[in-house]
Write a protein that binds this ligand. Sequence first.
Ligand code: ARG
Length: 485
Amino acid sequence: MADQSVPQDGPAKAWSGRFSEPVSDLVKRYTASVFFDNRMAAQDIRGSLAHATMLARQGIIGPSDLADIERGMAQIVGEIERGEFNWNLDDEDVHLNIEKRLTALVGDAGKRLHTGRSRNDQVATDIRLWLRDAIDTILGLIREFQLAVLELAEHHADTPLPGFTHLQVAQPVTFGHHLMAYFEMTRRDAERFADCRKRVNRLPLGSAALAGTTYPIDREYVAELLGFEEVCFNSLDAVSDRDFAIEFCAAVSLLMTHLSRLSEELILWMSPRVGFIDLADRFCTGSSIMPQKKNPDVPELVRGKTGRANGNLVSLLTLMKGQPLAYNKDNQEDKEPLFDSADTAIDTLRIYADMMGSRIEANGERVFNVRVKKEAMQAALTQGFATATDLADYLVKKGLPFRDAHEAVALAVRVADAKGCDLPQIPLDELKTAMAHVAGAVERLDADVFQVLTVEGSLASRDHIGGTAPKQVRAAIARARSRLA
Ligand code: ARG
């Protein structure tokens, strides 16, 4: 049994008054968060200054206390910026480190700062302030990525490539249209982040440990000082739930999923077996053994990092699911996955915006980092009967029921397959012979059929909102540009 009267050795902790022995070194290291939560130092100080301003305004601390706190905090900000701040494991986390330094600098005013506040509402406030900034950065970077995509899409509004379903040639699309699919995906991503931001942007401070506080605080005023849209309306909920962080991680997972799909395409397109594109060298690396290799490392890593983003989401969901109200120390584990998801999204968007981007050469020519090999795309379109649906649609427009047209064209495809040619290369009389078994098909075939069998004809005929006709792709790009303006 520990002797209650024996004072503890080692540096006293902010909460150690009731303890009769210090924590072991292992426990100290296990429970400390300072070496990862000190990323929130700027937010912690901002929150403390707003809290102190409110305390002084309400007469809970004196004006000279506020002045001392402001002076001390200004010095601490400088120390942190210069890398001179001594982060100390003994002081557990960012909050206690800063408070302790403040007290060392300004004395009693530093000790008064924590009046009417707990680390529970303090940390929840810090995370929300930090995340709000991260979301704003992400929204800016999504926009940069989208602008790069629009530029490339516009350059290739007419460039045909095979559209695939099941990774089999399906129908011609333009490369611009294909790229605009990623504009739409990331548009929804941006909407998700903007929506999540609304729920992040609520103030927990004033909830204190869990039940609120006995001091005459003014939470609305603190919210206003910190730019929060509203206060959290239940103190137990405010200090304990991290659903806003989970939502954010889910939005990151979806963003990364979209970029991972694009990555998979870039990887595939860059494989010499496909050869649709080449990526600028600075996004690729070589092999230490195979001199000929140029590997698409950046897209591969994006695909790989999507796994860690998904892991972070599952970590936070699992962290939360068994917690009774209100705050539990489990929540300290929210930070690393959250920071990691934010870092992953930010780094990935930064590199992707660059990779999809372009620069103007000295001769005025725009050079894209994704170099498109039009001939390879075109050549791929002659394999796989990409205009078969157009042939069926032609017969339907002449009155043949669609199911009969489908059958007639399947017969034509068999002939083309046997001859080793594409549909437009089958002479009209052979087309007629091929379709002879389908009643009503032959008399509907005329020489004008070859117009719809060309790639250009096929593309131009999908002329409605959301279709791949170059005209529509240009309209989609213009719409997108005005949205980003
Ligand atoms: N470092 C803690 C966290 O990240 C701060 C809150 C600690 N509160 C407490 N009652 N131990 O969650």
